[in-house]
Design a protein around this ligand. Structure first.
Ligand code: IPM
Ligand code: MG
Length: 354
């Protein structure tokens, strides 16, 4: 299996280096992987004047899976929009057609006290957020900043979903729900937005193909509130791109730190782009203090979803559990009485526990 490795910006290179250590350790144990690196985001802009250089897109297309760090940095925020790092990320998602973004929010028991919520509210938490990733207001046309008929500047973005886009993501949601607790909550704003009224209609209609799944609906404002009030009511949450962006960040903090949250973005054939749910954290870049576990756990998701290697995936996840049980903590999940650990030490600790 060929894996494209795209470290990107900020803490991207340091966290990806730890995930690569894990892959190499598995390779020395017989896992057949070939890794090839390329630039994306600000690194792509610096190297080739494009946040998604052609060579990177080609490598992604020629690979079986892509491992990505993070993109973005202050120095790029004033570039024209098409040159900004985030565009590289959005274009590779779209280019690979990875429309199904899976973001598990799982609380490791050892981290219950690292959450800002009371341990009894979050202990045992295990939510899978299924976020549509290649449509919605992120990609809808028309868009831009224009002059309106009063001569005033006006920002325009368009929320849109067509039926087939909703169907294919709903199918992913239902199938995941069938493998989990058979409960799915679809999140929308159907009381105000027609786009999501259609979303609700289609998700509801498809419930007849998955009668065992208990389907519920929630408006996004209520869902945001319920996530901090009683998050354990959720099993699978399915939603569109923008709501999923927001709710998955919110859900991540239930687990102690966004630094723990992996993600998988899959196309219709389970080819995937794997990245931590968090961003490039330029404020701590290069300091070797970032938490690499989200990226390492993204590799576990890669083995599970793209390579059908459940054994390898479980091996990584168990190693992460052991490391936490042994008290290793990066700064974001550190609490008194545990072992303050650097990014690279965390990578080594996971390798040792494989
Ligand atoms: C995410 C990020 C991206 C998104 C940004 C960096 C474009 O926030 O992966 O959640 O909005 O999708
Ligand atoms: Mg986000």
């Amino acid at each position: 299996m060929k894996i494209a490795v795209l470290p990107g910006d900020g803490i991207g290179p340091e966290i990806v280096a730890q995930a690569v250590k894990v892959l190499k350790a598995l390779a020395s144990d017989g896992l057949k992987v070939e890794l090839e690196e390329a630039h994306i985001g600000g690194a792509g802009y610096d190297a080739a004047g494009d946040p998604l250089p052609d060579a990177t897109m080609k490598l992604a297309q020629d690979s079986d899976a892509v491992l990505l760090g993070a993109v973005g940095g202050w120095q790029y925020d004033t570039l024209p929009r098409p040159m900004r790092p985030e565009q590289g990320l959005l274009r590779i998602r779209k280019g690979m057609n990875v429309f199904a973004n899976l973001r598990p929010a799982l609380l490791y028991p050892e981290l219950a006290s690292a959450s800002t919520l009371k341990p009894e509210v979050v202990s045992g938490l295990d939510i899978m957020i299924v976020r549509e990733l290649t449509g919605d207001i992120y990609f809808g046309q028309p868009r831009g900043i224009q002059i309106n008929d009063k001569g005033e500047r006006e920002g325009v973005n368009t929320m849109r979903y067509c039926e087939s886009e909703i169907r294919r993501i709903a199918k992913v949601g239902y199938e995941i729900a069938m493998k989990r607790g058979k409960k799915m909550c679809s999140v929308d704003k159907a009381n105000v937005l027609e786009t999501t009224e259609l979303w609700r209609e289609i998700v509801t209609e498809m419930n007849k193909d998955y009668p065992e799944v208990e389907l519920s609906h929630m408006y996004v404002d209520n869902a945001a509130m319920q996530l901090v009030r009683a998050p354990k009511q959720f099993d699978v949450m399915i939603t569109g791109n923008i709501f999923g962006d927001i709710l998955s960040d919110e859900a991540s903090m239930l687990t102690g730190s966004i630094g723990m949250l992996p993600s998988a973005s899959l196309d219709a054939n389970n080819k995937g782009l794997y990245e931590p749910s968090h961003g490039s954290a330029p404020d701590i870049a290069g300091k070797d203090i970032a938490n690499p576990l989200a990226t390492i756990l993204s590799v576990a998701m890669m083995l599970r979803y793209t390579f059908n290697n459940e054994e390898g995936a479980t091996r990584i996840e168990n190693a992460v559990k052991k490391v936490l049980a042994q008290g290793y903590r990066t700064a974001d999940i550190y609490t008194e009485g545990t072992r303050k650990t650097s990014c690279s030490e965390m990578g080594d600790a996971v390798v040792k526990n494989l």
